[in-house]
Design a protein around this ligand. Structure first.
Ligand code: FAD
Ligand code: DHB
Length: 396
């Protein structure tokens, strides 16, 4: 069998890449170890930068996003018993973010690919890639029917997330890796209750960080900082609501409670691997980099990578390797900006176990600064809504 681009992973990166290549007349095969239902239900990110919304619109993927996405013009930062609003529209000359869940982005992408008769194989096993140093790399897998497939490709895109097989296929010694694990995790819940707030609340609290987000006018998404190896069984619903109520407590304001629809614990890690290319293998999204979720950047970075990769592959297949050669450096500028921002938001808002009073005092000083200095608030706002570093060689 033959395709132009073999894509490993049907997450946001792999599916959007397949669609963007199809718009350019390029044939792809996407392989995914999970079922379609699993991919569509996996609870993850919820905030799209303004550039991600524009990208999805320009790619013809925004019908439901435009109907159901909730445009947000700011966030609240809560600390030391106060809740302060940052107005992104005012600070950034009109930029906003849109709350639209990753589950919905993935549903839209899968429906669009399947409607266009795109090849997406779910529930595959034993994915393998080889011949990456040649111009005919091979993607192999066992389909859900048990048949073994070998597909000759021009290019392979590794969009298979942090635990995938593509990054480890790059010979040891050719990748440089930067990694930091944080001594805490997030417990996330989806709750069948209208949000208690009009904008997201990021709360610093002596008991640990909490975040109030939402999915719709009737469904809330909330997160709590917990210990890294904490079993989810330690957190019955009542304990979660009690803890959330404590961390968001504010005079004259109440947290509405409701049935918990989903519950999960996410470890926190910063990770960057470079270069994001080896021969005819290109890595995109979580396969190449992970940020802690505090800045809401992971999904946006995955989408931004493939927006660069699709035209680069197009040019490569027409004999011009320039954009493909620049792919890694182009993406890494944005990746490092988001890596720094996510680390900064994370360390400003979380309580490090065993930390002394000085850490808290420094955090509170920084929080006061970003909520009272227009220069500091603008820096947070432009990073949160999405900051494009100027391409190298462009004076950036
Ligand atoms: P993924 O979405 O991970 O997709 C990779 C796909 O590859 C998966 O479907 C996987 O099953 C498949 N795959 C893996 N191995 C193979 C193989 N061998 N063969 C075939 N397919 C394979 N970001 C935020 O901004 N905010 C959040 O609140 C947030 N919460 C998160 C919670 C969790 C539990 C996780 C894991 C991530 C979270 N993120 C969050 C990050 C965000 O969801 C990711 O950055 C985003 O999903 C990256 O998209 P991707 O397509 O690169 O990778
Ligand atoms: C959500 C997740 C985040 O990590 C974040 O910073 C904001 C919102 C969410 O899932 O809605």
């Amino acid at each position: 069998m033959r395709t132009q681009v073999g894509i490993v992973g049907a997450g946001p990166a792999g599916l959007l890449l397949s669609h963007l290549l199809a718009l350019r007349g390029i044939d792809t095969v996407v392989v995914e170890i999970r079922s379609r239902a699993y991919c569509e239900a996996r609870q993850r990110a919820g905030v799209l930068e303004h550039g991600s919304v524009r990208l999805l619109r320009e790619a013809g993927l925004a019908d439901r996003l435009d109907q159901q996405g909730l445009e947000h013009g700011g966030i609240y930062l809560q600390f030391a018993g106060e809740r302060r609003h940052l107005d992104f529209r005012d600070l950034t000359g009109g930029r906003t973010v849109t709350v639209y869940a990753q589950t919905e982005v993935v549903k839209d992408l899968i429906a669009t690919r399947l409607a266009a008769a795109g090849a997406v194989h779910f529930e595959v096993t034993d994915t393998g890639i080889s011949g990456l140093e040649t111009d005919r790399p091979l993607l192999s897998f066992t389909g859900s029917d048990g048949r073994r497939h070998e597909i000759v490709c021009d290019v392979i895109a590794g969009c298979d997330g942090f635990h995938g097989i593509c990054r480890p296929a790059i010979p040891a010694g050719l990748l440089t890796v930067w990694e930091r694990e944080y001594p805490y995790a997030w417990l996330g819940i989806l709750a069948d209750v209208p949000p208690s707030t009009d904008e997201l609340i990021y709360a610093h609290h002596p008991r640990g960080f909490a975040l109030h987000s939402l999915r719709s006018p009737t469904v809330s998404r909330l997160y709590l900082q917990v210990a890294p190896e904490e079993p989810v069984g330690n957190w019955p619903d009542e304990r979660i609501w009690d803890e959330l109520s404590l961390r968001f407590a504010l005079g004259g304001w109440d947290l509405k409670q409701g049935p918990v629809l989903d519950k999960g614990i996410t470890p926190m890690r910063s990770f960057v691997a470079a270069p994001m290319r080896y021969g005819r293998l290109f890595l995109a999204g979580d396969a190449a980099h992970i940020v802690p979720p505090t800045g809401a950047k992971g999904l946006n970075l995955a989408l931004a990578d493939v927006a660069v990769l699709a035209p680069a592959i197009d040019r490569l297949l027409r004999g011009d390797s320039g954009p493909a050669d620049a792919y890694s450096a182009t993406c890494l500028d944005r990746v490092w900006r988001a890596t720094h921002f996510s680390w900064w938001m994370t360390t400003m808002l979380h309580r490090t176990p065993g930390a002394d009073d000085m850490e808290t005092a420094l955090q509170l000083s920084q929080l006061r600064y970003v909520t009272t200095s227009r220069a500091a608030a603008t820096s947070l706002a432009e990073n949160y809504t999405g900051f494009s570093v100027l391409p190298r060689g462009d004076g950036g």
